[in-house]
Design a protein around this ligand. Sequence first.
Ligand code: DC
Length: 231
Amino acid sequence: MIIAIDGPSGAGKSTLGRMLARELGLLYLDTGAMYRAVAYAALRSGADTTDGEAMAKVAREANIELAGDPDSLQVLLDGHDISKEIRSEAAGHSASIISAIPKVRRELVRRQRELGARGGVVLDGRDIGTVVFPDADAKFFLTATPEQRAGRRYDEERRRAPDLNYEEILHDINARDNRDSSRTDSPLAIADNAVVFDTTELSIEEVFGRMLEVVQSKIASQGHSHSSERS
Ligand code: DC
């Protein structure tokens, strides 16, 4: 079973992806964390994040591991835990820039397919249903207004960074949406057959319930088609 969840940042993909993975006993793969880990490796090495060849090399050489269960996912780079560092605004900003480089994408998509091929997995990202796993068993596109997403990010991050400013976050969200949707390679887009949820007015529990219904109906119809194949 492969479940694809795409959408802009702050739409609830990772919270809902983790909930689904836990409920269904699947692995959870945060593909944004992989782009962030490459960005972090690039920033640490001092390489120019706009240099495509240099970034492709960083991506190829980065030894990224995602370890632990969905609720306490650790991101390791060369064996070091960088789970906190990759959540900085600088890493998010650079991830959005390096993720537009085709050779970086090719390398990370290859690794995501390998990880997905091992078994049941929920992947969250921008291009999972369109590029990485276009034949996923269930595909979702989650969205919400930029103001709602900025408000959520502000509430989440305020504890860690008290000087954070809502207007700056909103500006960053709009810039990131723009970059992620307008790049030529694998732009953020709604995949064919994706079920779209606007989470602006819905609670996490409501969206979770609806996503679970979609997955369960897919499981039921697959079971049905397997049994009719056998009969
Ligand atoms: O989901 P996130 O905010 O952690 O992702 C960080 C950046 O990585 C985001 O701006 C776009 C990019 N990304 C991508 O291009 N493709 C993915 N599958 C996941 C993330």
